[in-house]
Design a protein around this ligand. Structure first.
Ligand code: DC
Length: 216
């Protein structure tokens, strides 16, 4: 490995496409800190829900007072938080409150950062921008397996999971501020038929092509 100091790698894409798995593996391989920005929105949503407030309208105050402990809670991946996070993430004041925090994290030592707007808004000058996608069916199965430890063999249940993912993607992609979309210069990786190792190798190939990673 060479030249990875203060390197910023942006990993964007829709829900359950494999961003987190890739970003964590990349961070480990490159020796860089990893930031899961979705967790910030989830933690804000959790605080709003805990206060009995409406996640479609409230969030900025909670985003401003977010503590490290909020990010360590083990209930941030519940499906009610999925929906609420997408709603708080639509609010410009919430995004503004979280923006500096994300930039400071990356600017200190470089980072692999995953989210929806990392390559477009948070780090528009990132050294490498990856956009990770997969079909809704594949993503729904991955999400189900994350939650239940096994693949879903009930078509009706899977269809519900697909519908929830598609609704959340639409919400994330249609918002006025920082919508989910690939940066113009992002490299897209479709992960339907690729395991985690293969996705990591694709990403490392991109870095290698740019002289940012030199191991074979
Ligand atoms: O990646 P995730 O599923 O944990 O993200 C939770 C929600 O937060 C999701 O609806 C999209 C939103 N989000 C965002 O708007 N911008 C980011 N950089 C990361 C997540």
């Amino acid at each position: 490995m060479s030249g990875t100091r203060r390197l910023i790698v942006a990993v964007d894409g829709p829900a359950a496409a494999g961003k987190g798995t890739l970003a964590r593996a990349l961070a480990e391989t490159l020796g860089l800190p990893y930031l899961d920005t979705g967790l910030l929105y989830r933690a804000v949503a959790r605080r709003v829900l805990d206060q009995g407030k409406n996640p479609a309208e409230c969030g900025a105050e909670q985003a401003r007072v977010l503590q490290t402990e909020d990010l360590q809670r083990d209930d941030l991946r519940a499906s009610e938080v999925d929906r609420a996070a997408s709603l708080v993430a639509r609010q410009p004041s919430v995004r503004a409150a979280l923006l500096e925090r994300q930039r400071e994290f990356g600017q200190a030592h470089g980072a692999v950062v995953d989210g929806r707007d990392i390559g477009t808004v948070v780090f528009p000058n990132a050294d490498v921008k990856l956009f990770i996608t997969a079909s809704p069916e594949v993503r729904a199965q991955r999400r189900y397996k994350q939650r239940h430890g096994v693949l879903c063999d009930d078509p009706a249940l899977l269809a519900e999971e697909v519908a929830a993912l598609v609704a959340r993607d639409e919400q994330d992609a249609s918002r006025a501020v920082s919508p989910l979309r690939p940066a113009d210069n992002a490299i897209q990786i479709l992960t339907d038929d690729l395991g985690a190792e293969a996705v990591l190798h694709r990403a490392l190939d991109v870095l290698r092509d740019r002289g940012l990673y030199s191991h074979s």
